[in-house]
Design a protein around this ligand. Structure first.
Ligand code: XLS
Ligand code: NI
Ligand code: NI
Length: 439
């Protein structure tokens, strides 16, 4: 069998923070128990098939720049080789999960029927690898944005025929995900939005999208697929405006169309910043509604206005994210998928190792910082105190919808001018840094 990553002979080991080995984890100690779970259980890290095996360093100004041996040959041969590369890479990183779009793992055929058949063939091969290696599928999805037929949207397309193609592709991708025991299924609305309102019926398109999602829910029940459905918000790109703008918008959409019981969210860091939010904001909004399902772990560039999908290396951000994840009680069936790619100039397969190791360690360190902050109640003691008045009888009454404007007016008259208290932002930021820097 071909070896695609000869530069790494054995599984990347944990060597601890003093190690100088660039091919070792400094913080990610898979079996280490933190806050009642092993690191492995907290993260369930996954490799994104599209970036890791299918990206070739193409950008707007230049063609493919990377040579990947597994991508040489006929489309079907490439599909088999890429599978081999995937299972080798996931195992060499000591991980257990991967994620794909239908079109990442299998080429599109000349017709809907042929595409289905090709996909089924690849799925059989993937199932065998999963069985042999113990590597699992975190989530599958359908690529409803690449083929030019989806230029004006998939579910939101003004043409019913395109909608039907999208439906067929989702059906096949759901079958594939179910056959591979995927633990989740993701809907990212790649072109579900508009370029100009001059040609767009916004409400009609949103209704169509809701219909498509409902049809997927119905089919999921029919085939007995038990994976969690996830929607991945993104405000723009490729379209000017996408309907799944951010976590709050998606939650509102799901409630409007009666879909909220069937979906959770897959929050991507770079999509958060594109929407003008922080990563922890999007996580917090999703968690507040018990809809935090999974994470696309990456990072943007604050100076660039697009989805750069970089590897997450900023420990300040990962620590803040992990505070939210721990407070939420974890991700359930979700995990941390590295929806991230190397920069065009980092075109060696060795770079794929450095990139993933860096991202994994950044989150592992973030988890340790967040856990220490929580165990010491370093932030939460202050926050509890800040909201203490809501624990009084009157506070409880208001929250239980048992008070009135009259009662509150009486209270305001009696209690006099409220004391002005500091929110202590700078003090809390300093505490955060103390924990960030502690070894
Ligand atoms: C693109 C999205 C995409 C989804 C899966 O911006 O992040 O990669 O995660 O379709
Ligand atoms: Ni993503
Ligand atoms: Ni993205």
């Amino acid at each position: 069998m071909a070896i695609y990553f000869p530069e790494v002979k054995k599984t990347v080991p944990y060597e601890g923070p003093d190690s100088k080995n660039p091919l070792a984890y400094k913080w990610y100690d898979a079996e280490k128990v933190v806050a009642g779970k092993t690191m492995k259980e907290h993260f369930r890290f996954a490799i994104a098939y599209w970036h890791t095996y299918k990206a070739a360093g193409v950008d707007m100004f230049g063609p493919a720049a990377w040579e990947r041996r597994w991508n040489a040959g006929s489309p079907l041969k490439v599909a088999s080789q890429a599978l081999a590369a995937n299972f080798e890479f996931v195992q060499k990183l000591g991980l257990e999960y991967y994620c794909f779009h239908d079109r990442d793992i299998a080429p599109e055929g000349k017709s809907v029927a042929e595409s289905e058949k090709i996909l089924q063939g690849v799925v059989k091969e993937a199932a065998k690898y999963q069985k042999d290696t113990g590597v699992k599928l975190l989530w599958g999805t359908a690529n409803l944005f690449g083929n030019p037929r989806y230029t004006h949207g998939a579910g939101t397309n003004p043409d019913l025929q395109v909608f039907a193609y999208a439906a067929a592709q989702i059906k096949a991708a759901l079958d594939a995900t179910a056959a591979l025991k995927g633990e989740n299924y993701v809907f990212w609305g790649g072109r579900e939005g508009y370029e100009t309102l001059l040609n767009t019926r916004l409400k009609q398109e949103q209704e169509q999208l809701a219909r498509l999602l409902q049809l997927a829910v119905d089919y999921k029940k029919k085939i007995g697929f038990t994976g969690q459905f996830l929607i991945e918000p993104k405000p723009k790109e490729p379209t000017k405006h996408q309907y799944d703008f951010d976590a709050a918008t998606v939650i509102g959409f799901l409630k409007t169309y009666g879909l909220d019981k069937d979906f959770k969210l897959n929050i991507e860091a770079n999509h958060a910043t594109l929407a003008g939010h922080t990563f922890e904001h999007e996580l917090t909004v999703a968690a507040a509604d018990k809809k935090l399902g999974s994470i696309d772990a990456n990072a943007g560039d604050t100076l660039l206005g697009w989805d750069t999908d970089q590897f997450p290396v900023d420990i300040y951000t990962t620590a803040k994210a992990m505070l939210v994840v721990l407070d939420a009680g974890g991700l359930g069936s979700g995990g941390f998928n590295f929806d991230a790619k190397c920069r065009r100039g980092s075109g060696e397969t060795l770079d794929l190792f450095y990139a993933h190791i860096g991202g994994i360690d950044a989150f592992a360190k973030g988890l340790l910082i967040a856990d220490a902050l929580r165990s010491d109640k370093a932030l939460s003691a202050f926050v509890d105190e800040r909201y203490a008045s809501w624990k009084t009888d009157l506070g409880k009454k208001v929250l239980a919808k048992k008070s009135s404007l009259e009662e509150l007016t009486d209270y305001a008259k009696k209690s006099g001018e409220p004391k002005r208290v500091s929110g202590r932002q700078e003090y809390l930021e300093n505490i955060f840094n103390d924990y960030l820097l502690a070894r």
